[in-house]
Design a protein around this ligand. Structure first.
Ligand code: ADP
Ligand code: MG
Length: 289
């Protein structure tokens, strides 16, 4: 019977670490024409490391110490990387007050009497103009697939940090598998275009970069005009995009919010889980027809 086939499909998924929340999700995943992926924590391991710290004046320790203070209230992967780097260098990080996240752009906080920001070059460029040598340094980091962020005091840049998050080992093969199943794949990222392209090129996937949270929703609506869309993401800020797609897939245990919003979850944190889901769906629906 149909319910029995669905139930057995769902439990086959569960045995392989693929959590599927109901028959509708199982049915739709095999029908999608496009799968959109978040970058950080989904196609990449989500364990970014600080690779470079460049002061404008003063020392790199000072830049790292202040950046860590600004990031101390943030749960963003970039924040964790900066805090870990400060910890690894045994810097004492001052306390911060009034921390505020600027979604998809950075974070600000009051540290030692100053309002400091750690934000994307794009956000900073909206506040002040960068010196050509600084812009070049940033571009060089980004061409290496690194994310550059700027520590600044209002319009005064204090330093630059570069952070690199390695692609997951299985990502490239998993994306090739999906395309072999006739599915288009695209990476949606809030990161800048150069970093996004460097990572995407290594993985062999299309990319739309510099997307603010609301741009990701618009991108999904646009993809939906070609057929059903699945979205794979891991973070709190991916929840709206997971909800907007026809099938939201949470990467790993991830955040509770992503897990709650999603229609399915890849509990083993493997990108190959996405093609397993598609194949499981198609096999189950073939049994029914
Ligand atoms: P992604 O789509 O890759 O998960 P986000 O939308 O979370 O990226 O963030 C986009 C960009 O905004 C980051 O690449 C970074 O430049 C900036 N940003 C966001 N949060 C922070 C933060 N806590 N500290 C510094 N920069 C941040
Ligand atoms: Mg993310």
């Amino acid at each position: 019977s149909v319910p029995a086939a669905i139930t057995s499909g769902i439990s086959a998924g569960t045995r392989r670490g693929l959590l599927i929340k109901g028959g509708a999700a199982l049915e739709t995943i095999g029908l999608v024409s496009t799968i959109a992926f978040d970058k950080t924590g989904t196609l990449t391991a989500g364990k970014p490391r600080v690779t470079d710290v460049q002061p404008v004046n003063g020392t790199r320790q000072e830049v790292l110490r202040l950046a860590a203070a600004v990031e101390s209230g943030s749960s963003h992967p970039l924040a964790r990387a900066i805090l870990k780097a400060a910890q690894d260098e045994q810097l004492s990080v001052p306390s911060a007050q009034d921390a505020q996240a600027l979604a998809g752009q950075g974070v600000s906080a009051s540290v030692e009497g100053r309002t400091l920001l750690v934000s994307s070059p794009r956000h900073a460029a909206g506040q002040f103009s960068l010196l050509a040598e600084h812009a070049q340094q940033i571009a060089a980091f980004e061409a290496q697939g690194k994310t550059a962020v700027i520590l600044h005091d209002g319009q005064v840049p204090l330093g630059f940090l570069a952070i690199r998050d390695e692609p997951r080992d299985d990502a490239r093969a998993a994306l090739a598998e999906l395309r072999a199943l006739g599915i288009s794949t695209v990476m949606l990222t809030g990161d800048n275009a150069r970093t996004g392209q460097a990572i995407a090129q290594g993985l062999g996937i299309d990319v739309q970069a510099e997307l603010l949270p609301e741009d990701k929703l618009r991108a999904i609506d646009q993809l939906k005009t070609h057929g059903a869309v699945a979205m794979v993401g891991d973070g709190i800020n991916d929840a709206p995009a997971l909800a907007r797609s026809d099938v939201g897939i949470a990467m790993g245990g991830g955040t509770d919010v992503a897990l709650e919003t999603a229609d399915a979850a890849l509990l083993r944190e493997k990108v190959t889980g996405v093609s397993e889901l598609v194949q499981l769906s198609r096999a189950t629906m073939n049994n029914i027809r």
